[in-house]
Ligand binder design. Structure first.
Ligand SMILES: *Cc1c(COP(=O)(O)O)cnc(C)c1O
Length: 354
């Protein structure tokens, strides 16, 4: 029996995707060879890469709108430096909403001046700064749309004329968003799309044209784009599995349908956090994430009995990050409603023991 997987990342993938991906490791679509034993330049793999790129653009509504989807390596952490290497001419703006933004800032500082436009650090990143004035002379503005550790999420995008860049690692494909407002966004696969090992980058053609050209080949978006994400050997298994998840998402009714499902799950867990006297929510209510619900024990409550209850119920992965403590229920696209219902039942059971 599989456990109820609330892991923040790597995290749960759809059951059908897991089955198809495992089968393809043995043999891909009856071709007599494994997915991971064939050339990435075979017609079979080229079709997989094309399909994955097409689905990424289609699902975000960017197909035919002058964007390209790239499947790269090195995780979101490599994007922290690639964005700056390719786009920084003199200075860039960052909104600091947590540990991942902090890391992006640290890397960008190697390539130019970083202006921290706003930060929620003074409150341990429990909210999203709003009404922020963005200077017009920046090379770009970088935000982290969902803050996996702190459980906050941008529900309105900052208004700006400068290129908008986003780390969407933990909420890509989870909600309808004006994806065309972004000039470039990226996501490590392992939260909402596939296994670790590939990073999706969606970039506007007009931005590609303006990028710095003194960039090492492997770090150059322009080169990866010109080569269709095949400049070197792509991570074939993560790309294939991501393609399967995107296909699954399309069959679910796409982003519109999954957003509804995600809202139902988030409401269930947040309503319980607010109702239950044993817990307090961590993030400011208006900035709560629909992907990672963070909550702590109320003052004076000992959580040992709660830990025993959820462990016995085959719930996995709800221990909070060390920066926040308490608990974090990650409720990504593939997590079924019944897992969230079970968590809520356990929270209620615990309250009754007090
Ligand atoms: C997990 C995560 C990262 C780190 O991704 P890697 O692929 O491990 O480099 C970066 N940003 C956010 C928002 C994340 O959730």
């Amino acid at each position: 029996m599989k456990k109820h997987n609330f892991s923040a990342g790597p995290s749960i993938l759809p059951e059908t995707v897991m089955k198809q991906a495992s089968a393809a490791v043995q043999e891909l679509d009856g071709i007599g060879l494994s997915l991971i034993e064939i050339s990435h330049r075979s017609k079979e793999f080229i079709a997989i890469m094309d399909r994955a790129q097409k689905l990424a653009l289609e699902l975000t509504g960017l197909e035919g709108k002058g964007y390209q989807a790239l499947f790269l390596q090195g995780g979101a952490s490599t994007q922290f430096l690639m964005t700056a290497m390719n786009l920084m001419k003199s200075k860039a703006g960052y909104i600091n909403t947590g540990a991942w933004s902090d890391k992006a800032i640290k890397e960008a500082k190697r390539y130019g001046e970083v202006i921290e436009i706003a930060s929620s650090k003074e409150k341990n990143f429990n909210y999203i700064p709003k009404g922020v004035k963005i200077p017009a002379d920046l090379d770009y503005l970088h935000i982290t749309t969902n803050n996996t550790i702190f459980g906050t999420q941008f529900h309105a995008l900052p208004q700006t004329e400068v290129p908008l860049i986003a780390d969407m690692s933990s909420d890509i494909f989870s909600r309808e968003l004006d994806y065309a407002a972004f000039d470039l966004f990226y996501a490590g696969a392992q939260k909402n799309m596939g296994p670790a090992g590939t990073t999706l980058v969606i970039v506007k053609d007009s931005l590609l044209e303006k990028m710095n050209d003194d960039v090492p080949s492997m770090m150059s978006y322009a080169i990866h784009a010109a080569k269709g994400s095949m400049f070197n050997t792509p991570p074939v298994f993560p790309v294939y599995t991501s393609m399967l998840t995107l296909e699954w998402l399309k069959n679910q009714g796409g982003i519109k349908a999954i957003q509804k499902h995600n809202e139902t799950k988030a409401k269930l867990v947040y309503d319980e956090i607010d109702r239950n006297t044993a817990f307090v929510g961590f993030a400011a209510k208006e900035d709560r994430s629909y992907m990672n619900a963070t909550f702590n024990l109320a003052e004076g409550i000992d959580g040992a009995a709660f830990d025993a209850l959820w462990t016995a119920a085959d719930i996995s992965g709800i221990k909070g990050h060390r920066d926040v403590g308490g608990y974090r229920a990650s409720i990504y696209n593939a997590l079924p409603l019944k897992s969230v219902q079970l968590l809520v039942d356990i929270m209620q059971k615990f309250e009754k023991t007090l």
